[in-house]
Design a protein around this ligand. Structure first.
Ligand SMILES: C[S@@+](CC[C@H](N)C(=O)[O-])C[C@H]1O[C@@H](n2cnc3c(N)ncnc32)[C@H](O)[C@@H]1O
Length: 310
C-alpha cells in the first residue's frame, strides 16, 4: 500500500476522532520511566528549572508532573515553606511520584504538596486567578492546545510570576519516525489510532504561543540529546520503555505491536549498516516567560470585573 493509502487512513481516523490517549502507555512506562527517561532527559528538565527562581514561600503549579522528577526538585528548593500543586492523568506515573515526593514533605507543616490525578486543562482552570509564583510544564504541553493552556497559565500567575516549558521538538528521533512512516505507508492497516500531539518546530514557535497568551518571553533556546543506544535493539528499547513513544500502543493495531517493533529494529539495522553508527537525537526546546503586571489579558479581566484599569 502507498503513502496515499496511509494518508487516506489517517484522514478516516481523524474524522472518526480515533485519537490515541497516551495514559495507558504512561501507566505501562511508569515503572521504567525513572530508569530510562529521567536520568537522560531529566537532566535537561532540571537545567530548565534552574533558569527560573523557586524560593521558599512560593506557590508552584506543575502540570503533568509524571513520576515527580521535577516535583521533587521543586519541593527541595522550597525548603519546607510554600506549596506545590501538581497534576497528572496517569495513575501509574502518579504512584511513583507520590512515593518519591511525599516523604520529602514529611515533618514540614508549612509546606503543602498536592499530587492530583486528572487532566491538566481542567486542573489549571480550577486554580485561582493571580495566585501562583511559578508554573512548570515538563514534556507535556504537546498533549494540550498550547495557546489555550498558556492563556490559563497567564491567568493563574501573579503579576511577575514565571512559567517554564520544556518540550520535545517535532523533528526528534527523526531516524526512528521516518522508518515508522515507511512501515505504516507499506501497510496502513497497522495504524488504528492517531497520536495527537502538538510538538513545536522550534523554540520560536513556543515563544509565539507565549506572546499570544499575553506572556513575555525571557529565554528561548533549542537543545538536543543523543539517546543512549548503540544498537537498533537498544534504540527501540529506549523509546518504548522511556515513555518517549507514548501513544504507540493505542495507535498500533493491538496484537501487531511486536511486528511493527521488529520491522523498526530491522529498518534501524539497515541504517546502522549504511552509516556505521546510530545517532538518534531527542531534540527539544526550553522557553521561560513572565506575566507582566499590566498584561493585556489581566487588563481585560480587570475591566470585565469592573475594577479600575491601570
Ligand atoms: C513525558 S511525561 C513528563 C513527566 C514529567 N513532567 C517529567 O518532566 O518527567 C508526560 C506526562 O504527561 C502526562 N499527561 C499527558 N496528557 C495529560 C493531560 N491531558 N493531563 C495531565 N497529564 C497528562 C502523562 O501522564 C505523563 O506523565
Amino acid at each position: 500500500m502507498s503513502r496515499v493509502g496511509l494518508a487516506a487512513r489517517a484522514l478516516r481516523l481523524a474524522l472518526n476522532k480515533a485519537h490515541a490517549d497516551p495514559t495507558a502507555d504512561y501507566d505501562a512506562a511508569s515503572s521504567d520511566y525513572d530508569t530510562f527517561f529521567s536520568p537522560v532527559m531529566g537532566l535537561h528538565s532540571v537545567e530548565a528549572l534552574d533558569s527560573v527562581p523557586v524560593r521558599p514561600g512560593d506557590t508552584v503549579v506543575e502540570l503533568a508532573c509524571g513520576t515527580g522528577h521535577l516535583t521533587a526538585e521543586i519541593v527541595r528548593r522550597l525548603r519546607g515553606v510554600g506549596a506545590v500543586h501538581a497534576v497528572d492523568k496517569s495513575p501509574g506515573m502518579l504512584r511513583v511520584a507520590r512515593e518519591k515526593v511525599l516523604p520529602l514533605a514529611q515533618d514540614a507543616p508549612r509546606l503543602t504538596v498536592e499530587l492530583a490525578e486528572g487532566d491538566m486543562d481542567s486542573f489549571i482552570r480550577s486554580r485561582p486567578t493571580g495566585a501562583a509564583d511559578l508554573v512548570v510544564v515538563g514534556w507535556a504541553i504537546c498533549y494540550t492546545k498550547p495557546s489555550r493552556l498558556l492563556a490559563q497559565i497567564e491567568r493563574v500567575l501573579k503579576p511577575g510570576g514565571r512559567v517554564v516549558v520544556i518540550e520535545t521538538r517535532a523533528d526528534a528521533h527523526r531516524a526512528l519516525t521516518e522508518r515508522l512512516e515507511k512501515i505504516f505507508a507499506h501497510d496502513p492497516s497497522l495504524l488504528t489510532g492517531l497520536i495527537r500531539v502538538t510538538l513545536p518546530k522550534d523554540a520560536a514557535t513556543v515563544a509565539r504561543w507565549f506572546v499570544k497568551a499575553g506572556l513575555t518571553v525571557d529565554i528561548q533556546r533549542e537543545g538536543a540529546q543523543s539517546i543512549p543506544a548503540r544498537t537498533p535493539e537498544e534504540a527501540v528499547e529506549w523509546v518504548t520503555r522511556s515513555g518517549a513513544a507514548a501513544g504507540f500502543k493505542t495507535a498500533v493495531d493491538s496484537g501487531r505491536e511486536q511486528l511493527v517493533l521488529d520491522r523498526l529494529t530491522a529498518g534501524l539495522a539497515e541504517l546502522l549498516a549504511k552509516e556505521g553508527r546510530l545517532d538518534i537525537r531527542h531534540t527539544f526546546v526550553v522557553v521561560t516567560g513572565t506575566k507582566q503586571a499590566d498584561s493585556i489579558p489581566a487588563r481585560r479581566r480587570a475591566a470585565d470585573e469592573g475594577a479600575p484599569v491601570v
